[in-house]
Design a protein around this ligand. Structure first.
Ligand code: SF4
Length: 346
């Protein structure tokens, strides 16, 4: 059965594959490993449509691993604005520098070297090997997991069938067409066997699909509902603008959240509002601050509640500070949360 599914998916893929910029192929009909490498970092926690345009911009700036390895962390963080999860950008750059130094700027073609790179886990290592080097592996992304769960009608929550899924995935290894097969699964999950309302009437493999035969395809995979247990943190941000329409900014600490990125002055982020202490800069002008509103920004591990304040100041009174032209803020090194703060004031 699995062999028949493989040949049907490959045939379907030849006619219906998505046009994605990281799939540009070399003479061997395989995508360029550097492109696969970059796209896999970008696609962690970000959707394909968002990554599509940002990937093309990325490749224009850093067309090869050698170019990427030469850049600096502030530059890649500035580029990453809007994609979120900045640790991916840092890891990508660290990995590029390691590969440039120790691997002659070549993306490794073996699991052992890939898995040691910063930000590369089992899935990413297999995706690079399978898609970029046609190695006989099956990386289990959400699309592939969903198809397998439905094909074999696994009714237990997804988290409990991970082991069974890996075993089933091993039935779909291809020595000759691994790259195409992995991508065909990914595209099939995105276009036909979609998370909601899978298009079973058009499905080429429905006669092998136990989920479809039992009519449970719309109810699986079962995902255990996440209880929103994210902690909340509190802070206050201060948008201080001088007579030249420049915003007072500073660099964050070199370690921790949003390390080394620019920010507008803000209080230390705390677990309770009662623990808030005014930032040194804001202390001096506390009484004259104008409250502009508040908003909540969601990081991966917590939500940040921010109250936003505004004040016009004189540049001469802040001789040691950095400034950012208002017109340039959207294109600056500020992380998204700080850009949102400015959007509330502008
Ligand atoms: S029959 Fe439906 S549920 Fe089964 S693989 Fe095809 S699209 Fe997915």
């Amino acid at each position: 059965m699995e062999k028949l599914i493989i040949s049907k998916l490959l045939r379907w893929y030849a006619l219906n594959k998505r046009d994605l910029p990281w799939r540009l192929t070399k003479e061997n009909d395989l995508p360029i490993p550097y492109y696969v490498f970059v796209s896999e970092y970008m696609l962690q926690q970000t959707t394909v449509p968002t990554v599509k345009t940002r990937f093309e911009e990325f490749i224009k700036i850093w067309p090869s691993l050698k170019d990427l390895a030469k850049t600096t962390e502030p530059k890649i963080l500035k580029f990453w604005s809007g994609l979120g999860y900045y640790s991916r950008a840092r890891n990508l750059l660290k990995a590029a520098k390691i590969l440039d130094k120790n691997f002659k700027s070549k993306i490794p073609d073996n699991y052992e070297d890939l898995i040691l790179l910063p930000g590369v886990g089992d899935y990413t290592a297999k995706a690079i090997l399978g898609i970029g080097y046609n190695e006989s592996v099956m990386p289990l992304d959400a699309n592939i997991e969903r198809i397998l769960v439905r094909l074999y009608a696994f009714k237990q929550p997804l988290i409990k069938v991970k082991k069974k899924l890996s075993q089933k995935a091993n039935l779909f290894l291809s020595k000759k067409y691994s790259s195409h097969l992995i991508q065909s699964f990914m595209d099939y999950g995105s276009i036909i066997c979609t998370p909601r309302n899978p298009n079973c009437s058009q499905c080429e493999i429905k006669k092998y699909c136990l989920g479809y035969q039992k009519n449970i395809q719309n109810t699986i995979p079962i995902k255990l509902k996440k209880i929103n247990s994210k902690p909340i943190k509190f802070s206050r941000a201060y948008v201080l603008i001088n007579e030249k329409s420049e915003i007072l900014v500073r660099k964050r600490a070199s370690k921790g959240m949003l390390a080394s990125m620019l920010e507008v002055p803000n209080d230390a982020w705390v677990e309770k509002k009662s623990l808030l202490r005014r930032d040194e800069i804001a202390k001096k002008i506390e009484k004259k601050l104008i409250r502009k509103g508040d908003f909540s920004y969601s990081f991966s591990h917590f939500d940040l509640n921010l109250e936003i304040f505004y004040k016009k100041i004189r540049k001469i009174d802040y001789p040691k500070n950095k400034w950012l032209n208002i017109k340039k803020y959207s294109n600056s090194q500020l992380p998204t949360v700080m850009k949102k703060v400015l959007e509330i004031v502008m």
